[in-house]
Design a protein around this ligand. Structure first.
Ligand SMILES: [Zn+2]
Length: 57
């Protein structure tokens, strides 16, 4: 499992995501980014998410 904390990229956001792999996390983050941060996912955001992915056991 992979985990991502939005607050690592967007200070003040406490949303956390759990996914089976990178693609799963990115799909969830893309929806959250659009709905809650009103931004579209671009290459920079994908890299920011990947840089902050954690392995979750
Ligand atoms: Zn967020």
């Amino acid at each position: 499992m992979k985990a991502f904390r939005c607050g690592d990229v967007v200070p003040g956001c406490n949303r956390e995501f759990l996914g089976v792999d990178r693609a799963d996390i990115l799909a969830q983050v893309a929806a959250h980014a659009r709905e809650d941060h009103h931004v579209d996912v671009d290459d920079a955001l994908v890299r920011a998410v990947e840089a902050n992915l954690h392995d979750e056991v």
